[in-house]
Write a protein that binds this ligand. Structure first.
Ligand code: SAH
Ligand code: MG
Length: 201
């Protein structure tokens, strides 16, 4: 990365911290970029752009990579647009301002990265199943949800949080019990799941 890119990345991270925007953790990003290179990923669909941080980091990892990324929050979408322009990545990162569940795409992607509302992952996965390329992967972020998924339910006071944690657990069970998919869970960042189609036959 060129020196200027480093300082621009730092600025985005600082903005995220100040505005409480939950961008990917460093080791999560490293995992993702290594995964992209190792598996020769060339097309990515991302659910949950926020301010464009993960999309930019992924695009910088590999010069041929193309990314479509979806964000439903207008303010964040606008900041993401600006950030992507700063990096001159408009040609490789396409931003869509909408609720991902209302977006219907025809293209297929080598990697579909789920990093939107944590209680909606089953819906996202089912909605974009048809967009997964042959031999492609779903990667889901925040599978541990700041460690709450591992906690006893009685330890969690807030009702909203309890509901969210239940949904994440339901998603984990859904992946584990799936006849169609195999999933590996990684203890990196805030917990990452890598899901691929089971081989038939
Ligand atoms: N991937 C980003 C962080 C995303 S944070 C990064 O690591 O840099 C999650 C984002 O998903 C939030 O900005 C939220 O507005 C968005 N989001 C949540 N549910 C969504 C949905 N259904 N459709 C589109 N965006 C969604
Ligand atoms: Mg995340």
């Amino acid at each position: 990365m060129i020196e200027n890119a480093h300082s621009m990345i730092r600025e985005i991270k600082e903005y995220a911290k100040k505005e409480n925007i939950p961008i990917m953790l460093d080791d999560g990003i490293n995992f993702l970029t290594n995964f992209i290179l190792k598996n020769k990923i060339t097309t990515i669909l991302e659910v949950g752009t926020a301010i464009g941080y993960s999309a930019i980091r992924m695009a910088l990892a590999s010069p041929n990579l193309k990314i479509v990324t979806i964000e439903r929050d207008e303010e964040r979408y606008l900041v993401a647009l600006k950030n992507i322009k700063k990096f001159n990545l408009e040609k490789r990162i396409t931003l869509i301002f909408n609720d991902a569940l209302d977006v219907s795409l025809d293209e297929k992607f080598d990697l579909i990265f789920l990093d939107g509302a944590k209680g909606k992952n089953i819906d996202f996965l089912e909605h974009f199943e048809k967009n997964l390329a042959e031999g492609g992967f779903f990667i889901t972020d925040n599978i541990n949800f700041h460690g709450y998924v591992q906690k006893e339910e009685t330890e969690i006071k807030s009702r909203n949080l309890k509901g969210l944690v239940r949904k994440i657990k339901r998603y984990i069970d859904y992946l584990k019990d799936s006849d169609k998919y195999t999933t590996e869970f990684y203890e990196v960042g805030d917990g990452i799941a890598v899901t691929s189609k089971k081989e038939v036959g």
